[in-house]
Design a protein. Structure first.
Length: 149
């Protein structure tokens, strides 16, 4: 996860209360440990709150082969990365996801933006929160170590 977030602008989308809390904590940890800002939002509000970013220069709609682009000492261009954290108690992995999740996947695919999903299917919200926070805390620390000069 840390490698996927390097050189990106993370959009942390959450589905469920434990996932939302983990997403907010992850955004704070990324800023603190890796110096990387991230935007958080809950589904389905994230679909409208962050939709404009997909059409801008951070989305895959920006042309990396633009003829007029300055290529001298050019840093790697930032890209959007959607990280969806979900709490899906009792849901089998093969079941059809709720409409906001399916729509989020379609939005990312339509704009060629990478989307990564991590879900906890634990029934207990506290255990689900601990599972998601453990994963995201490690990612923030690893990214911070990898990007320190």
């Amino acid at each position: 996860m840390a490698g996927q977030l390097a050189e990106t602008v993370p959009l942390l989308w959450s589905d469920g209360a434990p996932a939302a809390a983990a997403g907010e904590r992850f955004a704070a940890a990324l800023a603190d440990r890796a110096g990387l800002p991230a935007l958080t939002a809950r589904l389905p509000q994230a679909l409208t709150a962050h939709r404009g970013m997909f059409n801008g220069r951070l989305g895959a709609g920006a042309d990396p082969d633009d003829f007029f682009r300055d290529r001298v000492d050019e840093p790697v261009p930032l890209q959007l990365q959607v990280l969806m954290l979900r709490h899906t108690p009792g849901v089998a992995e093969l079941e059809e996801p709720a409409w906001p999740v399916a729509r989020a996947r379609r939005l990312a695919a339509a704009h060629e933006v990478r989307i990564t999903e991590h879900a906890s299917s634990l029934e207990d919200p506290l255990q689900a929160l601990a599972e998601l926070i453990g994963l995201t805390d490690f990612a923030a620390v690893y990214l911070g170590l990898a990007t320190r000069n």
